[in-house]
Design a protein around this ligand. Sequence first.
Ligand code: GLC
Length: 736
Amino acid sequence: MTLEEKIGQMIQADISAITPEDLAKYPLGSILAGGNSGPYGDERGDAAKWSKLVHEFRKASAKAGAGIPILFGIDAVHGHSNLPGATLFPHNIGLGAAHDPALIQRIGEVTAIEVAASGIDWTFAPTLAVPQDLRWGRSYEGYAADPALVASYAKAMTVGLQGPLAPGKPIPADRVAATAKHYLADGGTDGGKDQGDALISERELVARHAQGYPPAINAGALTVMASFSSWNGAKNHGNRSLLTDVLKGRMGFEGLVVGDWNGHGQIPGCSVTDCPKTFTAGLDLAMAPNSWKGLFEATVREAKDGTLPMARIDDAVARILRVKAKLGLLGVNPVDRGNPSIVGADAHLAVAREAAAKSLVLLKNNGGVLPLRPGAKVLIAGPGADSMAMQAGGWTITWQGTDTTAADFPKGQTIGRAIVAAVKDAGGSAAISADGNFSEKPDVAVVVYGEQPYAEFQGDMPNLAFREHAGEKALLAKLKAQGVKVVSVFLSGRPLFAGPEINASDAFVAAWLPGSQGEGVADVLVARKDGKPARGFTGKLPFPWPADAVSPVKTPLFAAGYGLTYASKAVVGTVNEDPKVDLVASASEGVYFALGKVPSPWHLSLDPGIAAHAVDLGAQEDAQQFSWSETGAIGIDGPPVDLMRQLDEEFALKLDGRLDAAAGPIAVTMAGATLKISPPVGPLTVRIPLRCFLEAGASFKAVGTPLRIAGDKGLSLTLRGASIEGVGQTIACPAK
Ligand code: GLC
């Protein structure tokens, strides 16, 4: 192999930024599809389309350079979740509640079969995080707070995905490479900040965060992914002691270490296109989604000038080739993956239905309101009653799990529809009414609500308070006032402080993010004609449930391991309703205005001639009305924050509120660039992609003034929210 061919093996590009033809000049070793990437730009491409793309890349790689086929990786983190029609399992937190390693192995097998069915040979799973501060937006990707449970699952999922390794033999065509991630202590960062710093002792690092890696490695995990986060100030992507001395030396890992999404660029002294330090530290394959060309050229230069020793290059390439050999990609008769017809097979859906049922944890069931009796009149209400997006969560079709529709889940059913069917099968009547309105009074209302989908840092929170989305408290109170029994089915990526909601419910079920098979929830909640449900409650809390909104949880309302069954006679009394934290403060750099208030660390500035006062938009004083008596601007200022990742991920600035009176165009300035908008008078929801500000000259590396809104005399604007968020689709820029 030439030096260029060796370096090419050590670099991975995303399908949104490379074509098969590029491999002729840049013989890269691996391709990935990130959370928002779909085959030929189609985020809803089917298995056949994925398989076609993978084969095009593999054919091109076989003709490029030394003719070594690419590795193709994807995030199949709760089933093959990029793929419409795939079997979607509960996210890891719900699987942790099941306490069932054998089930985990079967989930791994089904996931591998459906990933391989689309021609792909590698999934970036399992996550072996042990989340400690549930403000972390990736808490739901962790199985549990108990390292022993994570360790048992690490082995089970690795064997499920890959099958048992046999010397000299490749893994089967319907198994794929696993990834133990994110190494190390991704779930241990200070404040639960995503990509933050784990300020912990070596003892804590080993005893709590490393326990999943030996079982995964001993089960044959072919890859490990480095974590964005740091340990005591040292970025994991550049930590030689952890990547080489511990992982490869003491743990004996012989596979490849892959970086996370341009994570190498966060090492001091590195950029996304130039980082020999990460390779010398022990990274074998850099995930350089859109930076691959620059990184290739710089690394070739550094190999030639000796900055990157040839021995390290040869070791990295050997590891990469070892994984490819284990996947059967090398040689004259390479293993060929791709059997689209098996995606979403009934047998697969049955495993997901069982997993959804086993993931549920019953926190309260006063008066035995559950299971729903045969013949009952049932109302299913709440924003989650008929929402695949809420029950599937992030990493579903799109990276953030937003902007999906029922059509994306042809094999699934929502919780509401599954309960309607089950109640009718048992001789009862049932209907879905999201707002809780009814003509005929029901015996019981099942109210499904909780968190909206999110992924990664987009889910970071300032505290553990459940932030209602659609007036849930008022809905529960209305039903109670009407004398209707209330069952809350709470969809969330983590335990949250929900004291008022628990008190307003006769029964309260922690349902986490149960995936596409809502029938699994109905199997437990609804009794059949014989008066018994198909399954009982068996789930136990994988994390403590907080009694207030303080995190890490100091006073659990329910301890880890708690979970009622139908045999339990426990009565839950009135619980604390005081969050004990400031509900507006924000730890995320992306929230500038929340419920009409400016959260820390931001400050509001008003030019002279602009008056502001609190108003009720959707709830009591949840917005501020600004009135211009002369030309000027309102501004949000604070500590400079790096928004390059958000720019990379197509985030947008979102303004939410109402335009009360117009006075010419409104000038919106972000990160130093100004765009003009002219919305109609009335309710206001504006989304402006960060790239539009970039095109107008913005700089997102250190943004200290994330927002200014300028207008002329006569303008009146009511603002409830201003934030940046992932939008999962391409939005046009405002007309110039
Ligand atoms: C993301 C995640 C990682 C994922 C990778 C590829 O940023 O941190 O878990 O595997 O990028 O999508």
